[in-house]
Every structure is written in C-alpha cells, then in structure tokens.
Design a binder for this molecule. Sequence first.
Ligand SMILES: NC(=O)c1ccc[n+]([C@@H]2O[C@H](COP(=O)([O-])OP(=O)(O)OC[C@H]3O[C@@H](n4cnc5c(N)ncnc54)[C@H](O)[C@@H]3O)[C@@H](O)[C@H]2O)c1
Length: 352
Amino acid sequence: MIVPINLENSSTIEYAVTIDKLPNLSFDTKVAIVTNPTVSSLHLEKLLSKIKAKDLTIVTVPDGEEYKNLNTVVDILDELFENKLDRKSLLIAFGGGVIGDMTGFTASLYQRGISFIQIPTTLLSQVDASVGGKTGVNNRFGKNLIGAFYQPKAVYIDIDFLDTLPKREFSAGMAELIKMSVMFDSKFFNFLEKDSLSSKESLEKAIARSVELKAWVVNQDEKEAGIRAVLNYGHTFAHVIENETNYKRFLHGEAVSIGMVMANLLSLELGLIEKDEIERIKELLVTHNLPIDYKIEDISLFYDKFFLDKKSSNNKIKFILPKGIGNFEVRDDISEDIIKKVLKKFSKVQTK
Ligand SMILES: NC(=O)c1ccc[n+]([C@@H]2O[C@H](COP(=O)([O-])OP(=O)(O)OC[C@H]3O[C@@H](n4cnc5c(N)ncnc54)[C@H](O)[C@@H]3O)[C@@H](O)[C@H]2O)c1
C-alpha cells in the first residue's frame, strides 16, 4: 500500500509512505545509513542487500533515548564530513524513532539540508515517528525541544523488521495505534477489538490505516497549528507521569496508555463519552499488555506539572479528549476542580 503525503500548504513537498516488503533501492549519489548496534546486528545485512549507491557509509550511534542529543548529531555530522558527503547525498534513517528523529534533524543541518529517507524498524516509528517530518533531539530542559520540521523524501515500512522487536516495545507502539483509532476512526477501533493482529496480514492492515490517518492529519496541519495537536491524546497526562518517574519506569507508549485512561475519565466527567466506551478502550489496552493504572503520590504536584508541558500556555492546560470513540474534542477550559477530581481516582491515598 502507498500512502501519499501532500502537505496542504506546500506545493513542493510530496512523498510516499510505502507499506510493503522493502524494495530494491538504487541511488546515483553518496548514501549514509544511520543506525545503532542493535538494529544493525539484526537487520543491516538485509538492508544492504537491497541498496545500491555510488558510495555507501554506515554511521553507527549508540542505542538509547539518552543519546538523542546534540552531541550525537555532531558526531554524525563529523562522519558525514569525513566521508565527504555533498549536497546531493542522502541519509537513510534505519531504526526506531530515536534514529529517525536524529537522522532527520541531521539531514536538515548538513550543508543547510540534504535529503533523507526513513526505514523505521519499531512499531512506534512505523505508525507514528517516521511519518510527518517532526525531527529533533532532547536537551537538559526537556524532550524534543531542539529540532525542525523536515520531511523525508520517502518512507519504507516493512513489517518483517518487527519480527525481532521485544514484546514490550511492540505494545508501546500499539498504544499509539489505538490512540489513532479512538481519536479518528470508530470502524478501525472495532477492527482492533476483533482482531488481535497476530497475523502479518492484519498487522500490516492496521499499520497502513494508522499511517493513513496520520498522513490525513499531517497533510492538513504540518506544523501543529491545529488538528495535529489531536495526536497528543493521552500525552498531557503521560508527560507528567514520565517526568515523575524520571523517564525510567515506563516506555513512552506505556505512559500514553495510562494517559489515555486518565483523559477518558476526564471525558466521562464532562459527559463527552459513555462509561461502556471507556471500558472498551481500557480492555483493548489491556489486551495489548499495556498498563492502565498509576498511583499519584501528590495530586497538587501532579497538577502543577501540567504547566511544564510545551503545549500548555497562558496558564491553560490543553486536553485532547475522546468524544465517543472515533471523535475528539480539544479543551483548555476545564476547571482545576474537575481535573483534580479525576486525578484523585488515581491517588495513592484514597479519600472519601
Ligand atoms: N517524530 C515524531 O513525530 C515522533 C513521534 C513519536 C515518537 N517520536 C520519538 O520516537 C522515539 C521513540 O521511538 P521508538 O519507540 O521507536 O524507540 P527507539 O528508537 O529507542 O527503539 C526502541 C528500542 O528498540 C530497538 N529496535 C529498533 N528496531 C528494532 C527491531 N526491529 N528489533 C529489535 N529491536 C529494535 C532500538 O534499538 C531500541 O533499543 C522517541 O525519541 C520519541 O520522541 C517521534
């Protein structure tokens, strides 16, 4: 399947997301593949068997979110200069979202911008990070605070790479996929309820639908001035949970799963969703081995941390809430009392 990306406000940026077996790729330019030791030991041989280039360099960076920073970008840039890549050269991001974000950002910087393509190898990066052109790195002030909107020339999604993905990483990707269905497509949600995605056919179908939805969103709003913010369903809560647990206890998708459960209760409180609908969402998350509970130590502290989020402004917290299954509502006018009432349901100390 091919999903086209045609950004509404741009006549020049157009590329395709191909969801299929990785095709043979031939380039008459210099190419550098950016990857990490985990991915290269498992899959580089396959990638190399598919690629022909004028000159090929492999740039290997350490594996882990903690290396998604400017130092690693500088190391990648150095290797590109040492290998004399020019302005026509191409980068290939080969790995999960960390590699994708960092490679895209490096591509945006090298000699003021060279082309790159994405070959994502985690479920999360296939359904989310590789599509849409958000690139960047973390610094000590927070995650993804330095970066650029920089679109790839193409994205190739081959689900066979997922065969080696640890189960927990797979589940984390499922959280983002379930998120898309709850926000935008009740039929897709029904499909996910019925199909465990254990066959490659249905997994590919689900990934393709998720990519289509993401493309639909990004095409309308590349720079997150409007609807793209809806992709942050569950994230307002998740960011606080990740911050409180020092980014160690949960994978991002796991924190998003809990965040969605919290957002759903807020939605219920506001009369936007039925109880049985939030139960169905919870069940789907549990089916995919995602956490749905978190014990908040201090409600006021948790509440204050909402304001650290880069999406909160003018003392208003922005919540993306499900409006039934398959629709959304964006709210920044919810009273502190109502928010805290929901948070209390997760309080470590239960009061009557
Ligand atoms: N740009 C965006 O729009 C966007 C969206 C969502 C997330 N992100 C970013 O994506 C990152 C998270 O991505 P992720 O979840 O893919 O994490 P990741 O890139 O850290 O990958 C998770 C782990 O899986 C390993 N791995 C990758 N492919 C594998 C495979 N096929 N088999 C076995 N192991 C494999 C990686 O080496 C890593 O250890 C975060 O930095 C987040 O900020 C970006």
